[in-house]
Design a protein. Sequence first.
Length: 330
Amino acid sequence: MGSSTKKKKEKKKDFQKAKLKVGKAKAKAANFTDTSFKSKSIVVNQQTLVTDGSDPVEQFKQNLSLAINAKSDNQRRDALAYITNQLSATPPNDPVGTSGVLTKLLPLLSNSSALVRTQLLKLFRVLPPAEVGPNVEKILMYIRGGMTHLSNDIRNDTLNILEWLLEVAGDEVVSCPGGWLKTLNSFSSMLGWNPSVGSATSSKGWTLAPKATLGSKKGPEAQARQIQVLAKFLQTGFRAEAPLPHNPMAYWDNIYRLPETPNPFAYLNLFGTPRDEDSEMYPDRISRQRIFDAKWRPAISAGMESAKKEGGTVGRAAATLDRALSVGLE
């Protein structure tokens, strides 16, 4: 009886082992990943997928930071597009002011992406013109850097920014410190027209050969574009000032009334660093004509005559420049 009981116990153990073996799960692979969890939200670094109900001021600042620090050019463009929409809204949402926007975004003028530079120009066009004027000197500093950039595309896009600036604050462009001669120096670097060279055949100084053709299949178009913008710049500088209407109280207003323009005594340079000839202010048409005639007229005239002989788009642009000089230096 003892042996039969022992056999029954052994059979029972074998049955339990077989049962466990049948119900045992398959071993998991070493690279197994558990996907059975459920997430209530998805977090994307430095971005938000839902913007309803968020603070518009913080949103504006976040996109302003994203336009500068984003690694992707598409993110930069989208951030600039958001800021453009906010600035063109009614009323506009601009918690940092025009000066703050320009200070942050002007370095993008030399960005390697054409999409970013195009969107940047659209953003600039919605800025209030009255608030752009006090920032002209700062804007021109970046424009002159872009005009002498190695990339032909960046140089061309920079000329678009300069055209916009001439439209909204042309008088400030040609009269601010360095706005006249330093900008002409940048045009000289672009076109290869040196004021120390009196004729196209001279061997002294720089060559008068157009630099716009170097390394580019669109050399003539680029050179023509540069000459056209130079003509607009000179037209703005040589434009006759509108006569002021007679005001019998002007004498007393000049003595007692507070100035309405920012930094009205900037031309005195009382507290600034000493300026050289290029950094000086030329606030009126006569002073700009005088310094241009003494320093730039021979070089630009020689380069213009050389461009006329090329014909085509370059020749037509040179003819436009010739008319601007004829009218401006009468």
